[in-house]
Design a protein around this ligand. Structure first.
Ligand code: IVH
Length: 701
């Protein structure tokens, strides 16, 4: 049908219907206050769809009829966040909150301090980007998951199906808030308890394993490749941040939440401006009391400094703002039975006993396993097979066995658990080193070690190879396609096409059959190879983590990478060189040296290098301005501990020594300085106070 045949009347009717449907979506999905029946809504939507079908030239991506995009996505592209999506530091008690509040006041240094208390919804965060649409309006352009905080996944097609997310925002609303057409909203995607229950009912009917908790279900849903499925799952977005050009909206948090509501977003109505720790605690108590009746999961309360000027003064630590904190609710517990204990072998060969529990629903999650850490822990609990135990789920998902419960209703188990003397995976001997609690498998080629190393290597925090999970790794091992992590980089599409999975199907007569199918389709193979390729640029710190050197976790790996700048420099480092790195003591230094003396590990590094994996990092520039100068510290400095002062002198290239001589460049004296100060004066060594030292350091930058 041609443009000319669309009469003005039809055009107006289509626009009016869209306006009307947007308003009713907002009433229904955001405000929970519908004004018309579902049937009436459907009737108006059908009228709109019919008109749009008859007049294709009137179609628009922003129409309420277009929430579910036609074709499923072929995998998600990645995109850089406009500003990193950080996480929050946690507090677990009113005392910790009080400490935080004190720090905030100190650092705020006179700027106003009031907090907005919000619920901490247990979902996953997303960034929603809006851009210019016709007539001065804004339209949803992109929805990104948090990803690793720097880059997220473009899940726009799925976000569009969420009815509490406006697809367009009228020019008049933007104008009222003095907001440009381009801005970003951040918030939490959650699945309501009702939607979760419905999903699991369906899954059970289909013979599928139920989802463990609403958060996982929401995360899985958001990453589903079929938007029409996402649309049926009824996710929700609660908005909490507004950014313009990568900066938080300047009016403060309280006003931000009001603005978000005015823009049409769902904003959690449970929020309060609080000033004191008592007021924070009252809000937390209220939230905890309401927790079971909210209809969605929360795991705590978030407190945010309201005023932006104060936020800016407080600033950020590496991964979290200093101006906000998450108060995590105390663990929820339940009592259940230990059926048996299995023993898992980790990437370092460590054996970890795991309690296999009668499944129990605790805090929104079905718990069926819990770590028992080591043999001593089992001993300390006095745990026997068949015992009833108290299981706690803390702020995080990992459940803990806290104690054995023994009373009239909960009889003791009979069988004592005997820790295996052989590796459960390869039957090699297991040993416990002097002074250690853990048993380890001695077999360097234990298949479990390889499996766990591969899984570790692909993890998000390590090389971040998406799609390289249990199923793929298990198959690579079964088909002997990976003998070390370096083999990941030589996998071909043909090899990946060989991986298989078992699929259970119900036949017409009700019986079940199992069939083997390809684990990865051609698109998935391509995507996985692209992920592997991308991981080559993850950088030295992540490679170091991936190598699995004992004691070298994220932070140590980062510090080592910064210090040495390349794997070669690190491999050649002496114990002394290594110990110069902050947080590296003799034990870690020894573990690193020991790792790189093994031929096998050096060969692994060479294989990774040959595969094109980058193993360099930006080296931290060491200041050398104080090089050649020696300092002696005496007395108490007003703002710095002696350790801090020494560390800063050393970082600037200077030396801190214990006693004063003619060669001493400076004595730094605080209050109650002793004989060292006298000696300095006698020898004519210049004396500095804290400020003098700071000036010197400042000059040394
Ligand atoms: S503010 C700088 N507010 O909690 C990041 N987060 O533990 C600050 N969350 O990644 C986020 N409810 O996914 C904020 N009202 C709320 C929240 C909230 C839930 C999640 C969010 C974040 C995580 C941090």
């Amino acid at each position: 049908m041609s443009e000319t045949r669309t009469t003005a009347a039809i055009r107006d009717r289509v626009e009016a219907l869209r306006e009307d449907l947007r308003r009713h979506e907002h009433l229904y999905y955001v405000l929970d206050a519908p004004e018309i029946s579902d049937a009436e809504y459907d009737a108006r939507m059908n009228e709109l769809k019919k008109l749009e079908a008859a007049h294709p030239e009137l179609q628009s991506a922003d129409s309420p009829s277009q929430r579910v995009g036609g074709k499923p996505a072929e995998g998600f592209k990645k995109a850089l966040h406009s500003r990193p999506m950080l996480s929050l530091d946690n507090a677990y008690s009113p005392e910790e909150l009080a400490d935080w509040d004190r720090r905030v006041h100190e650092l705020a240094d006179g700027l106003p301090v009031a907090y907005v208390a919000e619920l901490k919804m247990d979902g996953l965060s997303v960034a929603l980007r809006y851009g210019a649409a016709s007539g001065g309006a804004a339209r949803l352009e992109m929805g990104l998951t948090r990803g690793d905080g720097q880059t997220g996944e473009d899940v726009t097609t799925n976000i569009r199906t969420i009815r509490s997310v406006p697809l367009t925002i009228p020019a008049a609303v933007l104008k009222k808030l003095d907001l440009p057409q381009g801005f970003e909203v951040r918030g939490e995607v959650v699945m309501s308890a009702a939607a979760f229950a419905r999903l699991n009912e369906e899954r059970e009917q289909q013979g599928l394993t139920p989802a463990v908790n609403p958060r996982n279900a929401a995360a899985g849903t958001l990453r589903t490749l079929e938007p029409s499925i996402v649309a049926t799952r009824r996710l929700d977005v609660y908005a909490y941040f507004l950014l313009v050009e990568g900066e938080y909206w300047p009016q403060g948090q309280q006003a931000t939440l009001d603005a978000l509501a005015a823009l049409g977003f769902r904003v959690n109505p449970q929020r309060r401006l609080v000033k004191t720790v008592e007021e924070m605690s009252a809000f937390i108590d209220d939230a905890e009391a309401k927790r079971e009746t909210l209809g969605y999961e929360i795991d705590g309360v978030v407190l945010k400094v309201d005023a932006q000027a104060t936020q800016q003064r407080l600033g950020y630590t590496g991964r979290a703002p200093r101006w906000a904190i998450a108060y995590k609710f105390t663990a929820r517990a339940g009592i259940t039975r230990v059926h048996h204990i299995t023993v898992q072998v980790g990437r370092t060969g460590k054996l970890t006993p795991v309690a296999e529990l009668e499944p129990i629903f605790i805090g929104g999650t079905t718990v069926s396993r819990a770590t028992l850490h080591n043999a001593d822990f089992i001993e300390r609990l006095g745990l026997r097979l068949g015992d009833w135990v108290k299981v706690e789920r803390g702020g995080d998902v990992i459940p803990k066995v806290v104690e054995v419960v023994h009373d009239a209703e909960h009889p003791r188990g009979k069988l004592r658990f005997v820790f295996p003397v052989q590796c459960p995976e390869c039957a090699s001997e297991v040993v416990r080193a002097e002074g250690e609690v853990d048993f380890r498998c001695v077999n360097a080629d234990c298949p479990a070690k390889l499996r766990e190393s591969l899984l570790h290597f692909g993890r998000r925090e390590v090389m971040n190879i998406e799609g390289f999970g249990d199923a793929v790794v298990q198959q690579l091992l079964e088909k002997s396609l990976a003998k070390s992590v370096a083999d990941i980089y030589t996998l071909s599409p043909e090899q990946l096409a060989l991986l298989q999975k078992e699929v259970r199907r119900k036949k017409k007569d009700g019986s079940e059959e199992t069939k083997l199918e390809r684990l990865l389709g051609p698109i998935e193979v391509e995507r996985l190879l692209a992920e592997i390729e991308r991981s080559k640029k993850a950088g030295l710190a992540r490679v170091l983590m991936g190598l699995g050197i004992r004691f070298v976790g994220e932070r140590t790996a980062e510090l080592l990478a910064e210090e040495f700048g390349s794997i070669d420099a690190l491999m050649d480092a002496s114990a002394e060189d290594l110990e110069r790195v902050e947080e590296v003591g003799p034990r870690i230094a020894e573990a690193i040296r020991e790792f790189f003396t093994q031929e096998k590990n050096r060969a692994l590094v060479e294989h990774l290098r040959a595969a094109g994996v980058e193993m360099t990092a930006e080296k931290k520039q060491r200041s050398t301005q104080l090089a050649g100068l020696t300092f002696v510290l005496t007395g108490t400095l007003p703002n710095m501990t002696r350790d801090e002062a020494e560390a800063r002198i050393v970082a600037a290239g200077g030396k801190a020594v214990g006693s004063v001589s003619k060669k001493t460049s400076y004595v730094v004296a605080g209050s109650e300085a002793g004989s060292k100060l006298d000696k300095a004066q006698a020898l004519g060594v210049p004396v500095l106070d804290e400020e003098g030292l700071l000036n010197l350091l400042e000059g040394a930058k």
